[in-house]
Design a protein around this ligand. Structure first.
Ligand code: SF4
Length: 471
């Protein structure tokens, strides 16, 4: 998972400055590296670095990125290692200089096949990241095959399978597109006469954008200096669309990844989480003394549970916000350290209480195990664990860095064995049919990490023989 943003200014605002603000609001989508590319109409400039947005983009850096249009990216690694070379955006050099840049969010499942084909035609890659593949595909078909850029993107949507929400910048134009199955969110809005684009609506809110709407799966939007921006889909902005196949938006965006103040896939994220909590509450006949979330992604799920049961909701665990998300840390050592430093129970709060602890999901089980141990040590009489998603039994290949199946606890243990392992007095997961009830259009979502029904056939995305064995 990553986050992207773009800004096309027709007023006085610096596009890079606006993109930086949008990336800052999406830091939860990736904390490893960040970058911005901007155009002044003559050439593109790029700045990217490892680390957090606020550390990378000083006023000096932003001033060097002057220009009326910019794209940006925050990264956490799925494809390609955690090195600067794999950070985005990518600038693509041509004989005319650095005149194209791309940033994307997702994971391409037929990466090797497409990369080999381009390499055989003389295209050179500088990284192993799929954002570069998308960019080089477009530039090759535009520069060498003579296609219009929109035609090259249409061809890309037919040839490249998997998840990609992307922004592609030329010296004068901005192209915004989303894969035909719509795995990852992408939204746009107006800021006076300017146009802002982001992975999540919370980033558009910070720019005071209005008329916010989602980029549709398979849609290509072109923004040029002369285009009159118009929000309705019938607008001349929408130069072309590829007919969407069956849509498979990532349900995990609503359960865990996105910020609760975001709107995406036709849903308010906080509302879906609240409904999930109410569903979980309907499974229980007993009344606990208090409900606590594992902060922050389970906050609204726990609140939904507490509201439905009419028992108190408390923030019993205090999270250190400066540690970062444990799930998206790149290796096990960092993950273990992060958990220890991340949560602290309120003193004297848990003494002799019957606690319901609500979390959004269990991946490896190591984090929740430590948390339950912590709560019991703090004096809790009983700890009942409720999970706002079905058991995660399958890996994701569409832009979320879940571990291999072997590392997923629900793939290796029964629910009762997991309960015993994590040290809870009881454990209940959300049923998949109840998760479907929590969204308006349940058939438009991917549930593959729960049921193994992959929207893109499994064999298509296995990159190495080791991965094939793991499946
Ligand atoms: S497999 Fe799971 S995490 Fe991946 S896109 Fe599908 S629902 Fe989302």
């Amino acid at each position: 998972m990553c986050g992207i943003a773009a800004y096309y200014a027709r007023g006085d605002l610096s596009a890079a400055n606006q993109v930086m603000l949008a990336l800052y609001s999406q830091q939860h989508r990736g904390q490893e590296s960040s970058g911005i590319a901007a155009t002044n109409g003559k050439f593109l400039r790029l700045h990217k670095s490892m680390g957090y947005v606020k550390e990378i983009f000083s006023q000096d850096v932003l001033e060097r990125l002057s220009g009326f249009a910019a794209i940006g990216h925050v990264r956490y690694p799925t494809r390609g290692s955690a090195i600067l070379n794999n950070a985005q955006p990518y600038i693509i050099e041509t004989l005319s200089g650095p005149i194209y840049a791309i940033a994307s969010n997702g994971d391409i499942v037929n990466y090797e096949e497409v990369a080999l084909e381009l390499q055989s035609r003389g295209v050179h890659f500088t990284s192993t990241n799929d954002g570069e593949l998308l960019g080089r595909f477009i530039v090759y078909h535009h520069e060498r095959e003579g296609l219009e850029i929109t035609e090259a993107i249409q061809l890309l949507m037919k040839r490249i399978r998997g998840a990609y929400s992307a922004v592609f910048l030329t010296r004068n134009n901005l192209y915004v597109f989303r894969d035909i199955q719509g795995f990852r969110p992408l939204l746009m809005g107006k800021v006076n006469d300017d146009i802002a684009v982001a992975s999540e609506s919370c980033a558009l809110d910070i720019l005071h954008a209005t008329e916010i709407r989602e980029v549709q799966p398979g849609e290509i939007i072109v923004i040029t200096p002369n285009t009159a921006y118009d929000i309705p889909r019938s607008s001349s902005l929408f130069t072309s669309t590829v007919e969407p196949q069956h849509i498979h938006q990532c349900i995990f965006e609503l359960i865990y990844f996105s910020r609760p103040d975001s709107y995406e896939f036709g849903e308010y994220v906080y509302e879906v989480r609240h409904k999930i909590g109410a569903k979980l509450a309907s499974y229980d006949e007993f009344d606990a003394d208090v409900v606590i979330p594992v902060p922050d992604s389970a906050n609204f799920i726990a609140l939904g549970y507490a509201d439905a049961k009419k028992i108190p909701f408390h923030m019993g665990l205090i999270r250190n916000h400066y540690v970062g998300r444990t799930f998206i840390r790149p290796d096990q050592y960092l993950r273990d350290e992060s958990v220890r430093q991340k949560f602290n129970p309120l003193k004297d709060f848990f003494q002799d209480k019957r606690i319901v602890v609500v979390d959004d999901s269990i991946v490896r089980g190591t984090t929740i195990r430590k948390i339950i141990r912590m709560i019991k040590r703090a004096g809790a009489r009983e700890v009942h664990l409720r999970i706002g998603s079905p058991p995660v039994r399958f890996s994701c290949f569409y832009g979320i860095d879940t571990p291999t199946r072997q590392e997923l606890i629900a793939n290796n243990m029964t629910i009762d064995q997991i309960r015993e392992y994590v040290g809870a007095d009881s454990l209940k997961y959300l049923k998949i049919e109840d998760l479907r009830d929590c969204v308006k259009q349940p058939n438009n979502f991917c549930y593959a990490c729960f049921n193994g029904e992959y929207p893109v056939p499994k064999h298509a995305y296995l990159r190495t023989s080791m991965e094939k064995e793991q499946i």
